[in-house]
Write a protein that binds this ligand. Structure first.
Ligand code: ADP
Length: 243
């Protein structure tokens, strides 16, 4: 694909003799919303860890907008425009929603909400707050948020950094039905302006919100394609759906 934003070739990761990724190729185009699925242990998080510089591959290349990422440090990769969420929370509970977003935006030292309001909330922070739909809770401490709202705040914290690529690790884990729907809508909205890769297990969620899906299994790409094609593939049903 000529307009690839992320291009992974022959990626191999070995942990103490165990091959976690074994020759993975993955191309994600500009503006794509790509879902990455697969059974536990398939290598999904490892793949994200390599792209974000947390794990060094034994072989292969990761090219982002034409820049080779392997061998680069995490903070350099963040600066190139790649943001990710973690399965553990990075929200500061005693800071307000607005302060968390402002802190993440990282333009300067974070300001208290009152001062932020007086000086004018930076555009990137205001836009992130609007996108995640937490405007009514902007001045409340993040500690009072529900599980779902906290996940949205974390996504907002990424958006506030204006990344070109967002990597989201199981964003609907632990959410109820309503929160899942809101998250699906949020992802769809974010994907209008960003390229997004989502690791997700929930098949119902995929059916509703995914278009392009890559299935990993035992460190390899098993199948790739639109959600209907992937779901109908007998290999996918065997290793994933038929569990
Ligand atoms: P997934 O996200 O698809 O569930 P992971 O990428 O977390 O899978 O893990 C892939 C495989 O690599 C698993 O078998 C896991 O136990 C192993 N693994 C992941 N990280 C490490 C590590 N730091 N050391 C050793 N093995 C690891």
């Amino acid at each position: 694909m000529s307009d690839a934003l992320l291009q992974i070739r022959g990626l191999k990761v070995v942990f103490d003799g165990f091959t976690a990724l074994d020759g993975v190729d993955l191309t994600v185009g500009h503006g794509e919303l790509r879902f990455l699925i697969g059974p536990n242990g398939a290598g999904k998080t490892t793949l994200i860890d390599v792209v974000t510089g947390l794990t060094r591959p034994a072989a292969g290349s990761v090219s982002f907008a034409g820049t080779e990422l392997t061998g680069r440090r995490e903070h350099r990769i963040v600066r190139l425009g790649i943001g990710r969420t973690f399965q553990t929370s990075v929200v500061f509970e005693e800071l307000t929603v607005l302060e968390n977003l402002d802190l993440a935006a990282g333009f300067r030292r974070p300001l208290p909400t009152l001062l932020l309001r007086r000086r004018g909330v930076p555009d990137a922070v205001a836009a992130a707050l609007d996108t995640i739909g937490l405007g009514a809770l902007a001045d409340r401490p993040a500690g009072v948020l529900s599980h779902g709202q906290r996940q949205w705040l974390e996504i907002g914290m990424l958006i506030a950094q204006r990344p070109r690529l967002l990597l989201l690790d199981e964003p609907v884990a632990g959410m109820g039905r309503g929160e899942r729907e809101r998250t699906g809508e949020l992802l769809t909205e974010i994907a209008r302006e960003h390229t997004v890769v989502v690791v997700e297990h929930d098949m119902e969620f995929l059916r509703r919100y995914a278009s392009q899906v890559t299935v990993l299994h035992e460190g390899r790409v098993l199948v790739e394609g639109d959600v209907a094609t992937v779901q109908a593939d007998p290999r996918v049903q065997e290793v994933y759906l038929g569990r």
